[in-house]
Ligand binder design. Structure first.
Ligand SMILES: [Zn+2]
Length: 57
């Protein structure tokens, strides 16, 4: 038996049939996140605004 990493969606032990998820539902949730672009928004902040944030003086 191979140890599987925990489900990325709910952190429960994943199931071989649905790896790396624990269920079809969690796989769908993760897919939905990708389609909505949730993963993009976080790392895709506007660089111009970031520079302004560092100007404390
Ligand atoms: Zn899960």
């Amino acid at each position: 038996m191979t140890k599987l990493p925990p489900c990325p969606t709910c952190k429960k032990p994943s199931v071989f049939d649905f790896r790396p998820f624990c269920s079809k539902r969690c796989a769908d949730i993760d897919l939905a996140r990708w389609f909505k672009g949730d993963y993009r928004i976080e790392g895709d902040a506007e660089p111009e605004n970031k520079e302004e944030l560092f100007e404390d003086e």
